[in-house]
Design a protein around this ligand. Sequence first.
Ligand code: FES
Length: 184
Amino acid sequence: MSSPNKSALPTHILDEIRELPARYPQPRSAVMPALDLAQEELGHLTPEAMSEVAEALSLDPGYVEGVATFYSLFHHQPIGKHRFYVCTNLSCMLRGANEVVDHLKQAIGVERSDQVSSDGLFSFEEVECLGACEYAPMMRLDHRYFYDLNDQKVDALVAERRGKPVVTAEKPKPKRVPRKKPGG
Ligand code: FES
C-alpha cells in the first residue's frame, strides 16, 4: 500500500482513475486508460505508479504490471516529449525505412532507441506494421501518422517541434520573366 507522502501520482489523477471503471461494462477494462493517464502525467510508468493504479482500481498489482509490460505503448524508462514510432516492417523497409531511422537518429542526436535527445524533446522506436503500408515508409509521431517519408519530411517534423520555422520541400514558384516590349 502506498503512503500519501510517497505517492507517485497526484490526487486529481488518482481521482480520475477511480472514476474510470464506471464507464466500462467490465471494470477491469479501465486498466488501459488508467495506465495511459498515469503515463501522460509522469512521462513513463514507474513501479510506484503501477501499484497506485492497481490500488485505485482495486486490481491485482501483478495484473496491472502484466498489462503495462505487454503493450509497447507503455514506457518504463523516461522518453522524449515527442516520440517517433517508425515502422520498419517489410513494406516500409523495402521503401527505405532503415534510411529514415538513420536520418532521424542524426536529426534528433541519439544513437539508440533507449536514449532521449539532450534537450529532452525526442526519442524514437522501431515498430511493427502500423497498417498504412501503401504510404510506406511511414511513422507515428505522438498521436499522428506521417506518410511517404523522406529526409526533408523528417527534418521538417523535428524542426517544427523545436519551434523553428519549417523549410518545406516544395518547389519554389517560377519567377515571372518580364515580357519584352515589342520592338524592344
Ligand atoms: S509495413 Fe509499414 S505500415 Fe505496414
